[in-house]
Design a protein around this ligand. Structure first.
Ligand code: CAA
Length: 231
């Protein structure tokens, strides 16, 4: 029986590439989304991957939806916490909602989803968790105190959870992509991309979602059982 992977924000951008690559690698996959109904429905039709709609920042919604996935599809062996948003603004102009929306969606979501699946993984003696952080959680970024804090928080969360679950056959890792050519990055004004972002990318181009997805497929495999708490 193929292992079941749940990818949050799995119908667009990096998450979509992860969902598709996991399916191609033989996993059962479910993808979650929160807002973009049209993109999610198109993704479901084209990929054949079931979709579930809920807010990853809302604990009760996560709990109810995970229970629904477990009843309708099966136990979750692999969790990819990919869902994330930006609300970019320099700190001196950032309001409380811009701060808390990002912390809630990008960081609270790790607690919400992991706490819903960790007991099942412990009981079954197997689990893979991959948290999609960002280069900006490691180096900081102008206009992203909220996002950088959340993405750095994911790294600490990963390291602590990895220690707690290592003896139970569960690995927890972070992937911290650089700038990938997704809708999220395309929202950044072109002059900012050209002046402040591209010159700092050694290969001189944005990454492709598939280049991140390949790494995730490796980390969730049986072969990656000794790899914990990257980076
Ligand atoms: N470094 C240094 N200076 C920068 C800068 C940077 N990265 N980005 C902008 N500036 C400068 C501008 O050139 C401008 O300078 P001048 O006034 O001299 O022309 C000034 O800062 C603009 O400052 P403002 O206070 O007017 O800022 P603003 O209210 O217009 O907001 C911003 C600007 C929304 C933050 C905009 O700069 C921006 O979108 N920056 C990009 C942030 C970013 O990289 N986001 C990543 C999104 S994708 C993602 O997050 C995925 C991932 O994981 C990588």
């Amino acid at each position: 029986m193929a292992r079941l992977a749940l990818v949050t924000g799995g119908t667009r951008g990096i998450g979509k590439a992860i969902s598709l690559k996991l399916k191609a690698a033989g996993y059962l996959v479910v993808a979650t989304y929160a807002g973009n109904e049209r993109a999610a429905e198109k993704f479901q039709v084209v990929s054949g991957i079931p979709i579930f709609k809920f807010d990853v920042g809302d604990f009760d919604a996560c709990k109810a939806s995970i229970e629904q996935v477990e009843v309708e599809v099966g136990a979750i062996d692999i969790l990819v916490n990919n869902a994330g948003i930006t609300r970019d603004s320099p700190l001196h102009k950032m309001d409380v909602a811009q701060w808390s929306d990002v912390i809630r969606t990008n960081l609270d979501s790790c607690f919400n989803l992991c706490s819903c699946v960790v007991n099942g993984m412990r009981e079954r003696g197997f689990g893979r968790v991959v948290n999609i952080s960002s280069i900006n959680g490691q180096k900081g970024q102008f206009g992203q105190t909220n996002y950088a804090a959340a993405k750095a928080g994911m790294i600490g969360f990963t390291k602590a959870m990895a220690l707690e679950t290592a003896s139970k056959g569960i690995t927890v890792n972070t992937v911290a992509p650089g700038y990938i050519g997704t809708e999220m990055v395309r929202q950044v004004p072109e002059d900012v991309i050209n002046k402040h972002i591209l010159p700092h990318i050694p290969v001189g181009r944005l990454g492709e979602p598939e280049e991140v997805a390949r790494c995730v497929v490796f980390l969730v495999s049986e072969d990656a059982g000794f790899i914990r708490a990257l980076p």
